[in-house]
Design a protein around this ligand. Structure first.
Ligand SMILES: [Zn+2]
Ligand SMILES: [Zn+2]
Length: 54
């Protein structure tokens, strides 16, 4: 599955300069975070299992 939006803020990743994609520690779903959310340490919530993390 390809991630197209930041999981934290919903911003389209095309609009982000840099972003990271990693797997949910619980269910391996792909999670994306844009540079802004990374810098602000915004929380994310896994869309699959609801895992919340910094
Ligand atoms: Zn974001
Ligand atoms: Zn998950």
């Amino acid at each position: 599955m390809e991630v197209e939006e930041c999981t934290s803020c919903g911003r389209n990743l095309d609009a982000a300069d840099t972003f990271v994609i990693f797997n949910c520690p619980d269910c391996e779903t792909s999670i994306a975070r844009c540079d802004r959310c990374k810098k602000l340490s915004n929380d994310y919530e896994c869309p699959e299992c609801g895992f919340e993390g910094p």
